[in-house]
Design a protein around this ligand. Structure first.
Ligand code: ATP
Ligand code: MG
Length: 878
């Protein structure tokens, strides 16, 4: 059975049991400081288990993209080494939120595996929670009894708290779980060692496929357990492992999920999978990692130097390095796999197909830049490993950190290479160095906060800023903070019209007034969804009722830019194509900045076209259509763009300017109708990262000012040129004329220099066998004087030439002495010129045969000649 069919049947099976099929949440998690990537199917439903919100259906099924490379679940080191752990994998799940419980979960799981998928019932084992004394919990008899109805007792295994009690975190919903393990070994092997003995023993063919979690307790902060009011089911089955079992394979990499990728890589590297352990590992690593990287980028996480971005960069580098060392890939390679991957997931995860060019491009750039440092780093590492071998077999933390910091070698890469050389690395030392660096950067941006002072209790802070720019409000709490040595106050209001910085839009400024005194609000930001107002001071009467007033001019200018950003986004998709996706934005009262995926520089025509469309939409004066609390699925149906980071169950705000033109999810504030924007003008277009372009544009007054200024400029030029019929042509003519004039001047100068040469030649006096030339001259440029000096030297023997020249109003001296005289007379032009240069208040130097000097005093030229004559006379007449 093909894997696509397996996925389909899983979902259909539960759909037939009244489960709603929902989409996978993004693999990259935004706005959660505790978790960077989805690592289990339940992540997106956390709030339902906690009772914070209600699902639309109490039975749900899905396949969830998971990534286990950081934090509590980190399988990275295993990936490629074994055959059943991946970085990115799909977790198939069925969920009951306060609906069915253990009986149905167990029965259905068994039915699906044995009836629908026809897996051998006698090769499967179920584990149940065996109880825990410290928690005062008995074994999970209920689960045991249900299993006993289905399978013989000797295939039910009692497990410890570690394997069979699932907790979300230190506190919160938790409960016992039942895992289903399958033995995929041959009959002969199975006859030798019972599968039962290999469960949870890291055997590659006796693996866990499905985990059924029964959420029935709530762990309190003091460690005790409380019964939950409602009981839930949370299951997770590894899709790739299931495919291995159904397709009768011994490794996930032999299933049709991976074999096309493995074949592609093997062919490119001219190797065969299954012939050599080292190349096999490399093939597995690359075929696995490309999935993690491609999906992460599709979800909006570009490789970068920190946090989630750095995790992705590290995975990519791990793969590149394996390819480089074991498969001989010295040029970017990973990016060429993207089309194949996209094709594989077509119809399942459409985000890959939709962005495949962008993804390839980003990966290629990353590969290029890493390959550049890889050579250097590997050479360095070789020296280091050789040294370590001779010393104590340990690579110290400082060195590991240097490799990380300077050469971009992830820690696990260095430790891997170390292991290959039978060395170890000083992990503690490395962590210490990391810590030191972190502290260094933290210090630079240090903020320390005092405790909140609570003035009153409120249920929820009300945001009124979508409809009004002022409100009556009072202070809920405040605190003092120290930001880089500056004292500031943070204030929380019970009702606020102030928009807090988010979605690229700047925070509002304004003031609080108690009728008597005003306090300036200098910025507004969000912290854990709380709107925080920043001020340099606190009001005298903290308990007063305030008028909270937003700086409306700034807000309205910002709104122009924000709405214009939406119009721009839509226009870009029309002109450049639907691959254009928002990659970032900044909107304030001055400009709008919009980053988007696109591969080449926009042409002038494309920019013109985009501007034209946007300004057309401005003139259409389209009214704002704002909808709040729209379920995500409905927003999708409306055609909303930018569904990044949203997950099932979220409610979103949809901003529409003409439902056939621009529909976006957005929390920002907008103009009531597009006409308010007045005018939009793109002022720059450039590249910010691989495959990401940036446009900056201005609107309203600023755009008008821009055009006025440009107009004035043209008018001024026009006037200077006496208002010609064709201004451009007039300027062109001017440039051409100038070029011609320059040419003429050059030839005139040449002629002049030639004439000077004649004059000087005639002034040469033979004295005792020497040809002495000491004279004043006039030349248009210094180059002419030099040329002339060398020409005379070549033409005349025994020459002593000292010329004091007026070079376009500046005094200059040139001395040229025939080489034979330098020796016989012991003359040095460089020394001589220092003496003479005093006469023109200047200085200079040079070689024994040739020297030049410049000066400030043109009137000194005659004295140069007189003095030179005296000196040369003394030498030639001795
Ligand atoms: P294991 O002990 O094999 O690492 P686990 O206990 O970490 O598995 P769970 O957290 O219970 O697994 O996840 C549910 C299911 O997801 C597992 O039964 C397995 O089929 C699958 N799974 C877990 N981790 C991975 C992984 N790194 N790669 C592929 N599938 C995985
Ligand atoms: Mg695990």
């Amino acid at each position: 059975m093909e894997s696509k069919e397996i996925r389909k049947r899983f979902l259909r099976f539960f759909e037939e049991k009244q489960h709603e099929i929902v989409a996978s949440a993004p693999m990259v998690i935004q706005n959660d400081p505790t978790l960077m990537f989805t690592n289990a199917g339940m992540n997106q439903f956390k709030d339902f288990f906690l009772g914070n919100s209600q699902p639309s259906s109490n039975r749900i099924t899905d396949t969830q993209k998971c990534l286990r490379v950081s934090g509590k679940h980190n399988d990275l080191e295993e990936v490629g080494m074994d055959t059943y752990h991946h970085t990115m994998f799909e977790m198939l799940g069925n969920w009951s939120f306060g609906d069915y419980f253990k009986k149905e979960a167990i029965e259905w799981a068994w039915k699906l595996l044995t009836k629908e998928f026809k897996l051998p019932a006698d090769r499967m084992y179920a584990s149940v929670f065996g109880g825990d004394e410290a928690d005062g919990l008995e074994m999970d008899q209920e689960a045991f009894d249900y299993w006993k109805e289905i399978i013989p007792e000797d295939r039910i295994i009692s497990g410890s708290k570690k394997d069979n009690f699932w907790e979300m975190g230190d506190t919160g919903p938790c409960g016992p779980c039942s895992e289903i393990h399958i033995d995929l070994r041959s009959d002969e092997e199975a006859a030798k060692v019972p599968g039962r003995d290999l469960v949870n023993m890291d055997h590659p063919q006796v693996v866990e496929v499905w985990n059924l979690v029964f959420m029935q307790f709530n762990r309190l902060a003091n460690g005790s357990l409380q019964n939950l009011p409602a009981q839930h089911v949370d299951t997770g089955m590894g899709f790739e492992r299931l495919a291995m079992a159904i397709q009768g394979k011994k490794s996930n990499y032999d299933t049709d999920v991976f074999s096309p990728l493995i074949n592609f890589i093997a062919e490119s590297a001219h190797v065969k999978y299954g012939e050599n352990e080292k190349t096999d590992i490399a093939l597995r690593v690359i075929s696995d990692h490309i999935r993690a990287i491609a999906f992460a980028i599709a979800d909006g996480q570009l490789p970068s130097n920190n946090k989630a971005g750095y995790v992705i960069r590290r995975i990519l580098r791990r793969a590149v390095r394996y390819g480089y060392t074991f498969l001989g890939f010295k040029e970017p390679f990973m990016n060429t796999m993207v089309p194949l991957l996209a094709e594989q997931f077509d119809g399942v995860f459409p985000e890959l197909v939709a962005q495949k060019e962008f993804i390839s491009k980003v990966i290629r750039e990353e590969e290029l830049s890493f390959l550049r440092t890889l050579d250097k780093g590997l050479a360095k590492l070789e020296i280091i490993t050789n040294q370590a071998k001779n010393v104590n077999g340990l690579i110290d933390g400082k060195t590991v950190f240097e490799l990380y910091d300077t050469y971009g070698f992830p820690f696990d890469l260095t430790s891997l290479i170390a292991r290959e050389n039978e060395l170890s690395v000083d992990e503690e030392g490395f962590k210490k160095e990391m810590e030191i660096q972190k502290n260094r950067s933290k210090k630079a941006a240090e903020t320390s906060a005092g405790d909140w002072v609570e003035l009153k209790r409120t249920e929820e802070v009300q945001f009124l800023g979508y409809e009004s720019l002022s409100a009556k409000s009072s202070i809920v709490k405040y605190r003092e903070i120290d930001e880089k040595g500056k004292k500031l106050f943070q204030i929380v209001l019970d009702r606020t019209p102030f928009y807090a910085e988010s979605g690229g839009q700047v925070g509002d400024t304004g003031y609080l007034s108690d009728g008597d005194k005003r306090i300036s609000i200098i910025d507004t930001k969000k912290e854990n969804n709380l709107t925080i107002h920043f001020s340099n001071e606190l009001p005298e009467n903290l308990e007063a009722e305030f008028d909270a007033v937003v700086n409306s001019k700034k807000r309205k200018l910002t709104e122009n830019n924000h709405s214009a950003t939406h119009l721009l986004h839509a226009a870009l998709r029309q002109v450049l194509g639907p691959h254009v996706q928002q990659k970032g934005s900044l909107v304030n009262e001055k400009v709008l900045r919009f980053d988007f995926s696109h591969f080449s520089k926009m042409t002038d025509e494309e920019i013109d076209q985009v501007e034209k469309i946007v300004n057309q939409k401005v003139r259409e004066n389209i009214s704002l259509d704002e909808k709040r609390n729209v379920p995500i699925a409905e927003a999708q149906e409306m055609g909303a763009m930018a569904l990044f980071g949203e997950k099932y169950g979220d409610f979103v705000r949809v901003i529409t300017f003409d439902k056939d033109y621009s529909v976006e999810l957005c929390g920002g504030t907008h103009v009531p109708a597009t006409g308010t924007i007045g005018l939009m003008k793109i002022v720059s277009e450039g590249s910010v990262a691989a495959g990401v372009r940036r446009i900056e544009a201005i609107t309203a007054d600023r755009a008008e000012e821009y055009y006025t200024k440009q107009n004035k400029l043209v008018a001024q030029v026009n006037e200077l040129l006496n208002s010609p019929k064709d201004l451009v042509k007039a300027v062109e003519t001017l440039i051409k004329e100038k070029q011609e004039l320059t040419k003429t001047i050059e030839s005139v100068n040449l002629e002049k220099a030639g004439a000077q040469k004649d004059v000087l030649q005639k002034a040469i006096k033979p004295v005792n066998g020497y040809n002495v030339l000491i004279a004043e001259a006039q030349l248009p440029d210094a180059e002419g004087l030099k040329k002339l000096s060398f020409e005379l030297k070549n033409e005349i023997n025994n020459l002593i030439m000292i010329v004091a020249a007026d070079i376009a109003g500046k005094p200059q001296i040139s001395i040229m002495i025939s080489e034979e005289l330098v020796k016989s007379l012991n003359l040095h032009a460089g020394n001589l010129i220092k003496e003479l240069a005093k006469e023109i208040k200047g200085g200079g130097g040079g070689q024994p045969f040739y020297a030049t000097a410049g000066g400030k005093d043109l009137s000194g030229l005659p004295s140069v000649v007189t003095k030179a004559k005296e000196i040369i006379d003394g030498i030639t007449n001795h």
